[in-house]
Design a protein around this ligand. Structure first.
Ligand code: ADP
Ligand code: ADP
Length: 224
């Protein structure tokens, strides 16, 4: 399904124009949102994730009018915010089992099947018995992806997931995103140019709340 963002603007109370007439069409696959700190990436992602309202503009995802009907979007959304999660002292599999029960999956065998699937996609199956609170930053980010995949989302938004990861963890994380990008609409923000060269079919470059470029990474090479 396609995400369409039109004429989206947001000025914060302090007068900062975080989003200034943003227009973007985002199709299935990996879309990379690139831009320096303060460009407006988080503001855009929080707005699409229905965590804040813009001053003006429109957002649709398939048939869903996102600003008028945020609940319909939330049902199909997986959102991984920028901050690392703080997790209780549970193993990865117990925590996912808990979340799957909250979702109302009552059959233990159904939960086990789903949990194995999301732990394999995120490369955490081997460490499923370890406490998430003891995971490294990169493992926690991958656990965040496992958790959001439990909901079988159609739109996945991941805000600066590689910030603070070492190169090995960064590659492991990007490989996971590559796999889920094959059959989801994924928007992923970063200020690391190499992240988008490696895995995005399309990119948008944001600066000062404006879209400076939208196209393939190779078309955008001059801007990167
Ligand atoms: P990025 O994610 O690209 O770093 P942000 O969307 O976080 O960009 O920020 C865009 C601009 O808006 C920055 O100048 C930032 O300081 C400002 N900003 C972000 N959130 C708020 C807020 N809640 N109140 C006021 N200004 C904000
Ligand atoms: P990795 O092994 O994936 O590189 P690290 O555990 O070394 O991850 O963490 C990478 C960076 O993220 C470090 O700067 C660390 O301080 C930070 N970090 C890790 N976990 C958290 C957390 N729970 N909250 C805030 N920052 C964290």
């Amino acid at each position: 399904m396609q995400l369409s963002i039109s004429r989206l603007s947001k000025t914060y109370a302090n007068g900062v124009h975080a989003l200034d007439n943003v227009n973007l069409e985002i199709r299935k696959g990996m879309f990379g949102l690139l831009g320096p700190n303060g460009a407006g990436k988080s503001s855009l992602m929080r707005t699409v994730a229905t965590l804040q309202k813009p001053d003006s503009g429109e957002i649709s995802f398939g048939e869903i009018d996102v600003l008028k009907d945020p609940f319909s979007l939330r049902k199909v959304l997986g959102y991984l915010p920028q901050e690392f999660g703080v997790y209780p002292n549970f193993s990865a599999e117990d925590l996912l089992d808990y979340f799957a029960q909250l979702k109302g999956i009552s059959q233990k065998t159904d939960r086990q099947k789903l949990i194995q699937e999301v732990l394999e996609i995120t490369n955490l199956w081997e460490v499923r018995k370890k406490h998430v609170s003891g995971y490294s930053g990169g493992m926690k980010q991958r656990f965040g992806i496992a958790q959001l995949l439990l909901n079988n989302p159609q739109l996945i938004i991941v805000d600066e997931p590689t910030a603070g990861l070492d190169p090995a963890e960064r590659h492991r994380f990007l490989n996971v995103l590559r796999e889920i990008g094959a059959n989801h609409t994924v928007i992923f923000s970063t200020h690391i140019v190499d992240d988008v060269r490696e895995l995005c079919h399309e990119i948008g470059i944001l600066n000062g709340g404006k879209v400076l470029f939208r196209g393939t990474p190779s078309q955008g090479e001059a801007e990167l």
